[in-house]
Ligand binder design. Structure first.
Ligand SMILES: Cc1ncc(COP(=O)(O)O)c(C=O)c1O
Ligand SMILES: [Zn+2]
Length: 405
């Protein structure tokens, strides 16, 4: 059996086809490229119970991933994160069957390591020596560290306001790090010029085809962990939207294999009220978003004013009868505390945004009583120490305390 059943790259806009042996970026028409596989062959060769016996990393799905030679795999054990029942929080918001896919447990502390593991491995396979990317922090940290493991030099540009820990991760990996006094879109322009000037491989969101393949493994894992029965709703904190596009791609691929059946879950893109271009487009019934001026939110990973793959995110929402919803920063931070108190999980603000959305959608009865709901927590709360401000008493030696029980 082959390690990967990859067949070709294709353009979802103009249907052009590309091979997988060369380095590719966008289609000549400007659209991101997607990966396709030999599904009939794979369906005959691989059964889902075979996969269930494998090591608990995302590479258990290697036939559906793009790396052709196992020797090129760059791994730090990413994937197979727990799908955790949240009964206390669920009770609090009247969603009886509430689950959290906890991506805080991936190396580097966010789901970004999935895209980096697969993207860097494939970059190594096609001979990339040096890549560059703009980032809101977490993706840059993951790509710089996985790049270091692969022996690939990276150049990373991130907003000055991005979480400080991600800056340290990038710097420590030996990458070329630059901070920009602006947004990820401003970092993107700088990277675009450097790519032209120095012939670097551009690994900006969706400008290379393989990051999404790593992220789609979240969808594969949810299906496997739910016993190949689909939940009713999956919600995802959406910036560039790669995770949502990836989950949608994964579920469609599992249908092609006959591993899941029936309707796909309704996919929900969650954004912040300070940066909600996908929500606005969805509310207006559009298929592309407009640039969101002066965007701002504490959920830094979803501060993306215009996503290259917006049309793919919107397509996934429309096709699954999902929706898009924006939540307020204050509510997000309050929810973060509630989740820590009720479930003992310290999750990132982007993840907390998803739970605010669930609360709201249940109130609107968009989520119906008894439905099974899966929330993606995309990262660990400990990556954002500054979003929590507490006031604690400082004792002098020998002071005594009063404990409320
Ligand atoms: C913690 C976190 N959640 C969500 C996102 C948004 O990811 P995507 O680009 O897949 O929409 C990011 C992106 O930086 C992130 O860091
Ligand atoms: Zn095209």
């Amino acid at each position: 059996m082959k390690y990967s059943y990859i067949s070709h790259l294709y353009c979802p806009k103009c249907e052009a086809v590309y091979d997988t042996k060369q380095q590719h970026q966008l289609c000549t028409c400007g659209s991101p490229l997607l990966v396709d596989y030999h599904w009939d062959e794979l369906k005959a060769d691989l059964k889902r119970d075979e996969v269930e016996k494998r090591q608990p990393t995302l590479w258990r799905y290697h036939e559906m991933l793009p790396v052709e030679d196992e020797a090129n795999v760059v791994s730090q054990g990413e994937g197979m994160t727990p799908l955790i029942a949240m009964p206390a929080l669920g009770k609090d918001m009247d969603v009886e069957n509430l689950y959290m896919k906890d991506e805080g447990l991936v190396p580097t502390g966010t789901f970004k390591a999935r895209g980096a593991a697969v993207g860097v491995s494939k970059a190594k396979e096609v001979g990339v020596k040096e890549f560059a990317m703009p980032t809101n922090g977490n993706a840059g940290a993951a790509w710089a560290l996985y790049g270091a493991k692969a022996g690939i030099q990276s150049t990373i540009v991130m907003p000055q306001d991005a979480p400080k820990i991600t800056r340290n991760e990038v710097a420590l990996s030996g990458a070329n790090l630059y901070l920009v006094n602006g947004l990820i879109s401003d970092a993107g322009k700088i990277v675009g010029q450097a790519v032209k000037d120095f012939g670097l491989y551009d690994v900006s969101t969706l400008k290379e085809p393989y990051r999404i393949e790593g992220k789609k493994t979240m969808g594969l894992e949810i299906a496997e962990q739910m016993g190949w029965e689909m939940p009713d709703v999956i919600l995802y904190p959406t910036g560039g939207g790669v995770g949502l596009i990836g989950i949608y791609k994964a579920l469609n691929e599992l249908k092609k294999l006959g591993w899941i059946e029936g309707n796909l879950p309704r996919l929900v893109a969650v954004q912040a009220t300070g940066c909600a271009p996908i929500v606005k487009a969805w509310e207006e019934g559009k298929h592309e978003s407009e640039f969101w001026a002066n965007s701002s939110t504490q959920a830094f990973g979803i501060n993306v004013p215009k996503a290259l793959g917006d049309f793919l995110v919107l397509d996934a929402i429309y096709k699954t009868k999902g929706c898009a919803i924006a939540v307020d920063d204050q509510e997000m931070l309050a929810e973060q505390g509630k989740i820590a108190r009720l479930e003992g999980s310290f999750i990132c603000p982007e993840g907390a945004a998803v739970f605010v959305a669930i609360r709201e959608l249940r109130k609107q009865d968009w989520i119906k009583e008894g439905e099974t709901v899966v929330a993606l927590n995309t990262g660990a709360g400990i990556k954002y120490p500054d979003t929590v401000n507490i006031d604690v008493p400082i004792l002098e030696i020998g002071d005594s305390i009063t404990v409320n029980s």
